[in-house]
Design a protein around this ligand. Structure first.
Ligand code: SAH
Length: 405
């Protein structure tokens, strides 16, 4: 990437608006012209049965295959000893194509944080991050290759959108982490994926259908899906208001995270350009509707950027917007991204920000910066930096930016 096109000025220059994304919510199907091959994780179990029947196999083989994938984390025919030898190959070929090839793996925190760079069938690059804590294992997954939201402080936002991921491409990231844990390859003994956060590359609600189906696959019990608790899944959004309303109507118990980053429209218009379409008040109204519909506390994400959004008055304004609501603030010390002048807040400013929110009774936590050393922390997933150049995608990306970028 060349220098950040929206290289921010320090305090006071909030009117330097970045480019407004022209395509905010791509309606293109996953893969566009070159769709990823069909995979059982794309389909509800009934449809998997129909595919199996179409191959002349008894439909219960769909459940057997699904157990291998969702319960044993394998897509290898030779590991499926409960299937007749002659049927294994054709079944796996029809429903378990390998969608993601690991390109590079980086680890830190003694091996308990691992970022994987994946290459898709059409050469797109996406990343996922596994984070093991004493009490849980969180997989941070990508929902799109790139992102069209153009937030100037986020590395993914600088490269634009390549394409939506398919449901199975999303689920496969979690299954890969589950396999590592089951095989004891993550320090701390064998384990399971307990949490999934849609906080990797992409805007999940701009790829609504695939993300929703992925949430279903992740949370349905084996053999339909992986059996992760809905309450342990977090969908994070820049604030696509109609999609938040749609998600609320699904009656799921997943946690909604809203990337607010500023309590006032003037600044948020520049930090999260989609704010020019849906203002702070509308985004928060949608969030409170979500909380009312689901009973789930909404997580308000706020990256603290030195002298940009960390002033005491903004903490007070944020506190007044959130006081008394079913909300929790997650402050994220800004992680460095290439070409950006912005940096994390001073410790004193961060402490004061926390104090002012707490003074209004707003629950607040400061997120750890896991994965920073491997560019695996929030906003650092760019996938192109030091990776070999991706082969050109057969389906050219819809350019989310005005010409010339
Ligand atoms: N598009 C979704 C999903 C990405 S989630 C969303 O915006 O919510 C990643 C979270 O990390 C978001 O809250 C995002 O705003 C935040 N983030 C992005 N860049 C960051 C950076 N450089 N430092 C800290 N947080 C960042």
């Amino acid at each position: 990437m060349s220098a950040s096109p929206t290289a921010p000025e320090p305090a006071g220059r909030h009117e330097t608006a970045g480019p407004v994304p022209l395509v905010l919510a791509s309606r293109r199907p996953a893969g566009g012209r070159g769709r990823p091959p069909r995979h059982l994780a794309d389909l509800p179990l009934a449809e998997r049965r129909a595919v199996v029947a179409g191959l002349g196999q008894p439909p219960f083989r769909a459940s057997q295959l699904s157990r291998h994938f969702f319960g044993r984390y394998t897509d290898q025919p030779e590991e499926m000893s409960d299937l007749p030898q002659a049927a294994r190959g054709p079944l796996a070929q029809a429903l378990l194509p390998r969608l993601l090839t690991p390109e590079r793996e980086l680890a830190c925190d003694g091996g308990t944080t691992r970022k994987t760079l994946w290459r898709t069938f059409d050469g797109a690059l996406v990343e996922s991050v596994l984070m093991r804590y004493p009490d849980r294992v969180t997989m941070c997954v990508s929902s799109q290759a790139g992102c069209g939201m153009a937030c100037p402080f986020c590395a993914t936002g600088q490269a634009g959108l390549t394409r939506n991921l398919s449901t199975a491409e999303i689920v496969a990231q979690v299954v890969a982490g589950a396999r590592l844990l089951a095989d004891g390859e993550v320090p701390g003994g064998t384990g399971r994926v307990s949490n999934v956060v849609f906080m990797g590359m992409g805007e999940p609600l701009a790829n609504y259908a695939s993300v929703l189906a992925a949430v279903r696959r992740l949370t349905e019990p084996v053999p339909d899906g992986m059996g992760i608790s809905q309450r342990s899944v977090t969908v994070s959004t820049v604030g696509l208001v109609p999609a938040i309303a749609r998600l609320a109507a699904e009656r799921l118990s997943v946690t909604l995270a809203v990337s607010l980053h500023a309590p006032d429209d003037e600044l948020r218009d520049t930090l999260v350009p989609v704010n020019r379409r849906w203002k702070v008040a509308e985004v928060l109204a949608a969030a409170w509707d979500y909380a009312a519909a689901t009973g789930r506390r909404v997580s308000i994400e706020y990256a603290l950027i030195r002298d940009i959004n960390d002033q005491a008055w903004r903490a007070d304004l944020l506190g007044s917007l959130l006081a008394g609501r079913l909300a929790h603030v997650n402050l994220i010390p800004l992680n460095p991204t290439p070409g950006s002048k912005w940096t994390a807040s001073r410790p004193a400013a961060q402490r004061e920000f926390v104090r002012r929110l707490e003074a209004r009774g707003v629950p607040v936590t400061v997120r750890d910066t896991r994965g920073r050393e491997i560019d695996g922390a929030c906003g650092q997933l760019a996938a192109s930096a030091s990776a070999p150049a991706p082969t050109p995608s057969p389906a050219p990306a819809p350019t989310p930016f005005p010409a010339g970028r």
